[in-house]
Design a protein. Structure first.
Length: 152
């Protein structure tokens, strides 16, 4: 069941790799539990923009759990509390009214912070350039026409 929750966010803010960063606290009110985690950050960013402040920079692309572009450390866990779930597929229903959520970037020398939660992941490109790869059987992608969609 959808409901709205109020949460406190402690988000790592850092202008670039060469300056010191720190946590800033934000209050996100009336967040629908149907929202994705990234949509919740969008809401926070809309308010920051309206207030004339710098929105939080974060990586994302497909927002469908496919591309692997999104990512952050949420409450000390990579990609948040749901196992096997990308950050863009994490939904706010997994949080409770009154929760405090700590959001920070990856902490690794190989991934220097570009800004806020966004990190430079070009180190992965170096692995690919060097011929590195992994072999994982992920099965076949389902044919789009095989997925039944009800008429609206
Ligand atoms: S934005 Fe593509 S997997 Fe999350």
């Amino acid at each position: 069941m959808t409901k709205n929750i109020n949460i406190t966010l402690k988000i790592w803010r850092q202008k670039n790799a060469s300056v010191k960063g720190g946590f800033e606290t934000y209050h996100a009110a009336n967040i629908s539990t149907d929202m994705s985690f990234l949509e919740m950050i969008d809401v926070v960013n809309e308010q920051l923009t309206l207030d004339g402040k710098d929105p939080v920079a974060f990586d994302h692309d497909c927002r469908e759990g496919i591309c692997g572009m999104c990512g952050a450390v949420v409450n000390g866990r990579a990609h948040g509390p749901e196992k096997g779930t990308t950050l863009c597929q994490l939904h706010m229903r997994h949080f409770s009214d009154g929760d405090t959520i700590v959001i920070e970037p990856w902490r690794a020398k190989a991934f220097p912070i570009i800004k806020d939660i966004a990190v430079d992941r070009s180190a992965f490109d170096q692995i690919i350039i060097a011929g590195g790869y992994i072999s994982v059987n992920v099965g076949g992608a389902p044919d789009a026409n095989a997925i039944p969609i009800e008429n609206g």
